[in-house]
Every structure is written in structure tokens, then in C-alpha cells.
Design a protein. Sequence first.
Length: 114
Amino acid sequence: VQLQASGGGLVQAGGSLRLSCAASGTTSKIVVLAWFRQAPGKQRELVAVLTSDGSTHYADPVKGRFTISSDNAKSTVYLQMISLKPEDTGVYYCNCNTNARDYWGQGTQVTVSS
């Protein structure tokens, strides 16, 4: 599986962005889709998860502001982000799991100015 993330950019606090991640290859084997982020000087952290049964999970700092979704074919996963805060700044990575292994996209930069 190959993942290509896009949609990052510079936005003012309170603004919105939608990230996209296009998956190619054996997408039928994907059981979990997720977004992670890594702020400067910090470890990569989980932001949101979408499982194959439609369940979602969000990290506490983004609950109520971020929404993860995908198309029916799991070929694209989205992260809708609203009410962005400066602490949301970082490189956002899409991730998927096929039970055999994890796959990572290349990351897209999100910068939220105060």
C-alpha cells in the first residue's frame, strides 16, 4: 500500500483545513486508517483512528474539532480540522494497517498562526 498525503498549509487560529490521503495498492486489506502528527521537538502522536467497522477514536486534544472519514473503497482518508489552534501545528502523517504491517505517508505540514 502506498499513501500520499496532501492538504496542509498555513492557517490562522480558529481556521479550518482538510487533509487528504490517497491510498493505492491493495487497499482491500486495510483494516485501520489513522492520522498522526509530530510537532517540532516532540514525538509523533496519534490524532485519529478509523477502523474497518466504522468506529472512530480521537486524541483528547482534538475531540470535537477533528473528524476522520474515508470513502467507501478506503482509497482516500480525510481529516477535517476546525477551530485550529497553534498547538495543532506539526507534520501530519496518514497511516494504515493491514494486519500484516503498518504503512506511512510522507507527511504534510500544518502551521497554525496565533
